[in-house]
Ligand binder design. Sequence first.
Ligand SMILES: NC(=O)c1ccc[n+]([C@@H]2O[C@H](COP(=O)([O-])OP(=O)(O)OC[C@H]3O[C@@H](n4cnc5c(N)ncnc54)[C@H](O)[C@@H]3O)[C@@H](O)[C@H]2O)c1
Length: 255
Amino acid sequence: MRRYTDRTVMITGAGQGLGRAMALRFAAEGARLALCDVNETSVQETAARCGDGGIRPDGDVRTSVVDVADAPQVDAWVAGTLETFGRVDVLVNNAGVIRDNRLERMTDDEWDAVVDVSLRGMFHCCRAAFPHMKAQGYGRILSFSSMSWRGNFGQVNYAAAKAGVVGMARTIALEGAPHGVTSNAIAPGLIDTPMLASMNAAGRAKLAARVPLGHIGDPTDIAEAAAYLCSEAAGYVTGVVLDVDGGIGIGGAPR
Ligand SMILES: NC(=O)c1ccc[n+]([C@@H]2O[C@H](COP(=O)([O-])OP(=O)(O)OC[C@H]3O[C@@H](n4cnc5c(N)ncnc54)[C@H](O)[C@@H]3O)[C@@H](O)[C@H]2O)c1
């Protein structure tokens, strides 16, 4: 399928993991891409690989070094994307970091790092892109929550930020609805990315054993869901949180 021909897709945190997998998937469906990350080398590597999907990595992909926690950098990224491609159809708020700690040991820096990227970053990107989507009467905003949004031991910062993502996504769904702009969230479970690899191995194994489908997810599982939620076909879907988690969100007895 090439559902994204003549569509411009912006993805934050596109240098690795889920951001890279989604970039490759949108590229394979013909999108023009505006990719950003704090890591210049990795986002350029993602862009180079997008050529394998059949688009021109030198003409159809724009890479930028952007810290989503910094509003002027985000504003410049959106303005530059509009200058290059003329429109913004899809915004994927994917950038995120973890700094796990128990409540009583959590530092202000750990709190700020997580909330600034996932929550403030999403706010900056939505605020900058929304007026253009509204003016053109079409837009798709997809934001990354986590299965942790319902609460997760050792993640007060991350759970709070990811619950905030849900609240913001649903509110933007209401504000965007009269203008053809949808806003949804994906709540991934355990997906095989560098972020998951950075987690405590014992904790990761314990969690993985609880996945009803019996294995951790692949980034392409997320890219598949994103490619649907950001397509024209999903025009009547807004304000949802889609669990892509092998069923771990259901809870229940360990396998
Ligand atoms: N992998 C999982 O199991 C999992 C589970 C639940 C939720 N998520 C969420 O999915 C999203 C992607 O996760 P991932 O596993 O691919 O993570 P990852 O750590 O592998 O990749 C995240 C990317 O974001 C970039 N980034 C970090 N801070 C940034 C900033 N301030 N501005 C711009 N880019 C920044 C990083 O450089 C990196 O390239 C995150 O929001 C994460 O919280 C992941």
